[in-house]
Design a protein around this ligand. Structure first.
Ligand SMILES: [Zn+2]
Length: 216
């Protein structure tokens, strides 16, 4: 697709850590923790709800590799996808984020992300359920969008069709940036587009640590 940064891999090649036939793994900007990456299909799909079933096996293998490597080198990660709701790049991508970060100034710990982000995050009640991948796809096709969260192999979908996206307040229950900045109090991560020089320096350290350790 034209003007899609994830479709033009030549422009982001320095941030690509791993490739398989149909997917790649990329480090982003304004990271909450070192060890945080995105899993992205090479072909343009609006979200993973649109991923053809024949690519699910390859995706699962990469999820397993990322789980193992991030756990070994940082901490066990959880996954979040803004499934065509609140994505800043409108090309399918799932975030893998370590549950624990012990670096000074940025430290946080999460036990159950669904509980802390969606249930206790503040604001209105969010309807969510544990689902299979095929049920997630059905919900996407019926409702047009979702937020999905996965931890320890358990996949959840939040129903967002009646929730207007408010990028200014960042929905602390449903967006990673809102959760980490407002609930977890991590500074410098509200936007990857507008960062101060100091935030960029801190972010660069996290990005470099991710790149140097997650080479597999
Ligand atoms: Zn794209």
């Amino acid at each position: 697709m034209d003007n899609c940064i994830f479709c033009d891999r030549s422009k982001i090649s320095e941030d690509i850590l791993y490739e398989s036939p149909n997917f790649f793994v990329k480090v982003g900007f304004a990271l909450y923790s070192a060890g945080q990456v995105m899993l992205i299909p090479k072909k343009h799909y609006d979200c993973f709800g649109d991923l053809p079933d024949e690519l699910e096996g390859e995706k699962q293998k990469l999820e397993d590799i990322l789980m193992k490597e991030i756990s070994r080198k940082f901490s066990e990660p959880f996954q979040v996808e803004m499934g065509k709701w609140g994505q800043s790049v409108k090309h399918a991508h799932t975030h893998f984020v370590p549950l624990v970060n012990r670096s000074s100034g940025n430290s946080y710990q999460i036990k159950r992300i669904i509980q802390e982000m969606v249930v206790l995050g503040g604001g209105e009640k969010i309807d969510y359920e544990e689902v299979s991948v095929s049920a997630l796809k059905k919900i996407y096709h019926e409702e047009g969008g979702y937020v999905s969260i996965k931890q320890s192999g358990r996949l959840y979908v939040c129903h967002v069709k009646d929730i207007p996206l408010d990028p200014i307040n960042l929905h602390p229950q449903l967006t990673l940036r809102g959760f980490f900045s407002k609930v977890k109090g991590i500074s410098g991560v509200t936007s990857w587009r507008e960062m101060s020089q100091e935030d960029k320096l801190i972010d660069n350290e996290k990005r470099e640590q991710t790149k140097s350790k997650l080479f597999f």
